[in-house]
Design a protein around this ligand. Structure first.
Ligand code: GTP
Ligand code: MG
Length: 246
């Protein structure tokens, strides 16, 4: 029977990105009464789940990048010896479980998952792509819920926005009093969760000396630059520097 487990040896070579995405979250979050288009409780629960993953899962991603209901993790360390089935099952189940602990929702939630083999030099391009999606998602969802609040039916609003240019949506939002360029950065650009080495200053009373030790801390950056900009390039160089590897 063991021979039938034909996918268990499917492996990937690092670096890999693993992206998970909330299953059917449009309906699930609506049933849970989350605010639209953005609810701080959802974002906090996702950030909490990622931080918990960094601290307690025993796995060690370089970063996680999140917006809406999706999370991308970068692994460089050959987690699970690259076994795709392990990565694709353990990561989304851990996040589902942490998310449930954070929110105590009325119904179970699930996340789908995909493993994306990367080259180091393509990681920035991947992040630029996802951040563009975050922005598209931001302007679309604000426009969509603005139209609904003005009395439009769901299907009609979706149809109306289908081929709209982003400048038209800007205009539409501006008329309703929303300056989309001024909504919080995490809604427009997403959030990066990172490990950072910090110096902890202490004192050794036996030797009567000041001490400094280094600890790894997890930070959620809610004000990140545009990855495609020069500032974004510098930011990502730091995030992807080899010292952040471990
Ligand atoms: N109410 C609310 N909904 C949100 C929020 N963030 C994301 N969503 C919803 O999550 C959905 C994410 O899009 P998708 O992942 O494409 O859609 P989905 O319904 O999760 O469907 P699948 O991922 O294909 O299973 C958006 O359409 C939003 O409706 C939020 O802050 N509040
Ligand atoms: Mg989803």
């Amino acid at each position: 029977m063991k021979r039938r487990e034909i996918f268990s040896d499917l492996r990937c070579v690092p670096p890999v990105i693993l992206r998970i995405d909330g299953r059917n979250f449009k309906n699930v979050l609506s049933r849970m009464g989350f605010e639209k288009p953005y609810d701080e409780r959802l974002t906090s629960a996702i950030v909490y789940s990622i931080e918990s993953f960094f601290k307690k899962s025993g796995l060690s991603p370089v970063f996680a990048y999140t917006f809406s209901d999706e999370i991308s993790f970068l692994f460089r360390d050959n987690a699970f010896e690259g076994r795709v089935e392990k990565l694709d099952s353990v990561v989304p189940s851990y996040i589902s479980s942490a998310f449930t602990l954070a929110l105590n929702p009325d119904e179970p939630v699930s996340f789908d998952s995909r493993v994306i083999p990367m080259h180091e030099e393509d990681i920035r391009e991947y992040l630029i792509w996802r951040q563009k999606e975050a922005w598209r998602n931001c302007i679309n969802s604000y426009s969509y819920y603005t139209l609904l609040s003005e009395g439009m039916e769901e299907k009609e609003a979706a149809r109306y926005l289908k081929n709209k240019r982003s400048s038209d949506m800007h205009e539409l939002l501006f008329k309703s009093g929303i300056n989309i360029a001024k909504v919080p950065a995490w809604q427009r650009r997403g959030i990066m969760i990172l490990k950072k080495q910090v110096d902890i200053k202490g004192y050794n009373p036996h030797l009567n000396v000041k001490t400094t030790s280094t600890r790894t801390k997890i930070f959620a950056e809610r004000e990140i630059p545009l990855f495609s900009s020069e500032e974004g390039e510098t930011f990502l160089k730091n995030v992807l520097a080899p010292k952040q590897n471990g």
